[in-house]
Design a binder for this molecule. Structure first.
Ligand code: PEP
Ligand code: MN
Length: 337
């Protein structure tokens, strides 16, 4: 249930409404917007008469939310969420770019790529130190050594770090090195991991599961919001379909659909969505045009010898050219990149 308070509702009235909701047994989440305060009341019981809330002083409107996600919904929070991390904002008019290798492979490699990320004007360095690989024989990541290398490279070039956390017992360690947790597609419905991440104040980027509906994906974001972490970013990274010519099918329409239903920012990852280098620039351009709040792009200076996802990594030069094209597209929709 969403309770919208009147613009002129006094502190006293708001307190009173909250007290009533608590007495009715609801868990309350407050969204204090510029114009008005909105309360999300979780735990509505079947048969609860919402008029009991409607008649309280200071209440402008009350309605049940039919979608299963509440805190992630636009009804609960009308203004878009802007996730702020140091001097970087995701969700506003500036499109952020997270770029870097699939995996951190060596200090030399991550420093080389961090320099390219910096040169491109992007502010966030990506790279995996704990890798979810389909085969147990594939490179699994450098672990803490990789985190150290990435943090050092990011600090050298004044960049933020985003890296994947695969399991609960890695949270504490990764928190020491990262600015954003990446929750991988394969873990989107790892509910115990979601619950633990919800207790952190480090932003979490939730990648869409391999065959997750948009609603299931939003519910994963809801888990993190419900636990108290308001810094949630979503990432469309392609879904599995019957089409073999691409690694995944990039669901571009998910961007406007999510923006319509949720206040959370959406990142597009054309690298994992297509799996092939030549398809990445067109889809990156399309994602910016479709309103993506940020992009995640894999790059590598020597993709032939990359330890993971080489075929989808852009060469530094291609990436830099793409960035200047994206600036033009962003300008057309009154954004910057
Ligand atoms: C990655 O970003 O390298 C990755 C493994 O992504 P996903 O979880 O989307 O497959
Ligand atoms: Mn990858």
């Amino acid at each position: 249930m969403v309770v919208i308070l009147e613009n002129k509702a006094t502190e006293e009235q708001i307190k009173n409404v909250k007290q009533h909701l608590e007495d009715f047994g609801f868990q309350i989440h407050e969204s204090a917007g510029v114009q008005r305060t909105i309360l999300g009341a979780i735990g509505v019981k079947p048969g609860f008469d919402i008029r009991k809330v409607k008649i309280l002083e200071g209440v402008a409107d009350v309605y049940r939310v039919t979608s299963p996600f509440k805190l992630a919904s636009r009804n609960f929070k009308e203004e878009k969420t802007i996730v702020k991390i140091k001097d970087v904002e995701i969700g506003g008019d500036h499109i952020g770019v997270m770029a870097g290798p699939c995996s951190v492979e060596s200090e030399e490699q991550i420093f080389k790529l961090a320099a390219i990320v910096k040169e491109s004007g992007s502010k966030i360095l990506r790279g995996g130190a704990f890798k979810p690989r389909s085969s147990p024989y594939s490179f699994q990541g450098l672990g803490e050594d990789g985190l150290k290398m990435m943090r050092k490279a990011a600090d050298e070039y004044g960049l933020l770090v985003i890296t994947e956390v695969m399991q609960i017992d890695q949270i504490e360690l990764i928190a020491k090195y990262t600015d954003i947790f990446q929750l991988g597609a394969r873990n989107m419905q790892n509910f115990s991991l979601l619950k633990e991440l919800s207790k952190s104040d480090i932003p979490v980027m939730v990648k869409r599961g391999l065959s997750a509906t948009i609603e299931e994906w939003l519910m994963s974001g809801e888990y993190i919001l419900a636990g108290g972490n308001k810094n949630v970013i979503l990432c469309e990274r392609g879904i599995r379909t019957f089409e073999p010519y691409t690694r995944n099918t990039f669901d571009l329409s998910a961007i406007p659909v999510v923006h319509n239903r949720s206040h959370l920012p959406v990142v597009a990852d054309p690298s994992h969505a297509t799996g092939l280098r030549d398809q990445v620039p067109p889809m990156a351009r399309a994602a910016v045009a479709a309103g993506a709040d940020a992009l995640m792009i894999e790059i590598h200076h020597d993709p032939e010898n990359a330890l993971s996802d080489g075929p989808q990594a852009l060469l530094p030069e291609t990436f830099l050219n793409l960035m200047s094209e994206l600036k033009e597209i962003a300008r057309a929709i009154r954004k910057t990149i």
